[in-house]
Design a protein around this ligand. Structure first.
Ligand SMILES: Cc1ncc(COP(=O)(O)O)c(C=O)c1O
Length: 304
């Protein structure tokens, strides 16, 4: 398997962060000792399936168990992962993955560390994305929407680990900056006052309804997925082989851009995280622009 199939994570760009992620092809740096990468379930591109073709979460856990016993010292400190892989392409796990992984970690004394820098603060319709699966991680990182534009991040641990954090006296020059804290608190107030968690779920409905028919209607659309305001549309050359269609991704982006819509292009996946304050009419219009662009590009490429 090519390495990039292993773990399409993104956590940040320092040596330790890169060691946690599959960003090595971007940065040119290697993974530090003691960091390992394991496959995580992707419902559209599963490695292990049941007889009916659906993803088999148990097989992933069996792999982790085997890997820990034979591929590591056996003393694993933590699983660090994004609840939904953002940069990796809005890749969503099956609903049973995190509850099962949480149990797996508890049984082995391994910490579950959720990097919610992208997925927290209402992005998926909850404060923490992990709430969707009823899982409380041991460690959580927050960022991006936490300060809503103001640069502020946080690491939150379960109460029982508060002493451990005290012991390492983790600090930075700007840690606890009062203005940053005020910005984060103000963001939470706005989320509450404007009912933005609920609104993100309303937007999800709009996105979901608009995208529902695309895989049947368009030859180049392999998969559409959404959770709150985190979306992914995979463009493929062939629905059976699921071969990524980078050119289609680039052209759909360019076509939509000319019609007034922009996002951060990401190869064959239309990967988007629109603002959770977006009015419903704007969300509907944006989805229509994307659909028109897909239809035009598909025709231009001779796919339908
Ligand atoms: C999931 C995730 N973790 C961490 C980071 C990096 O955050 P920062 O830029 O605050 O270091 C990002 C940035 O895109 C991210 O998406």
């Amino acid at each position: 398997m090519p390495e990039e199939d292993f773990h399409l994570s993104s956590h940040a760009r320092s040596q330790a962060h890169i060691s946690l992620a599959n960003m090595t092809r971007l940065s040119g740096s290697g993974r530090a000792q003691g960091f390992y990468m394991v496959p995580r379930p992707d419902t559209y591109r599963p490695w292990w399936t049941r007889e009916d073709g659906t993803l088999d979460t148990e097989k992933y856990l069996e792999f982790y168990d085997e890997f820990i016993r034979n591929g590591t010292t056996g003393q694993v400190a933590a699983f660090v992962l994004e609840p939904i892989q953002g940069w990796g392409g809005s890749i969503m796990p099956p609903d049973d993955f995190f509850p099962k992984l949480s149990k797996f970690c508890k049984e082995r004394g391994i910490l579950l560390f959720a990097d919610e820098v992208l997925t927290s603060m209402g992005r998926t319709g909850k404060y923490l994305c992990m709430e969707h699966w009823g899982v409380v991680p041991d460690v959580v990182t927050l960022g991006k929407g936490f300060g809503n534009g103001f640069p502020v991040t946080a690491m939150v641990v379960r109460e029982e680990y508060a002493d451990a954090v005290d012991k390492i006296s983790a600090s930075t020059s700007y840690g606890g900056n009062p203005m940053a804290c005020a910005a984060a608190l103000a963001s939470i107030e706005v989320i509450e006052e404007e009912g933005l968690l609920q609104h993100a779920l309303e937007l999800e409905e709009i996105f979901r309804n608009k995208m529902a028919g695309w895989p049947d209607k368009y030859a180049i659309v392999g998969d559409c997925r959404v959770k709150g305001c985190l979306m992914g549309v995979e463009l493929v050359k062939d629905k059976k082989t699921k071969e990524p269609f980078d050119e289609a991704g680039r052209l759909v982006y360019q076509t939509a851009f000319r019609k007034g819509l922009a996002w951060i292009p990401a190869g064959h996946i239309l990967r988007m995280s629109p603002p959770i304050i977006m009015p419903n009419e704007v969300a509907e219009k944006a989805m229509d622009i994307i659909e028109e662009s897909i239809a035009e590009v598909q025709k231009r490429l001779g796919y339908g």
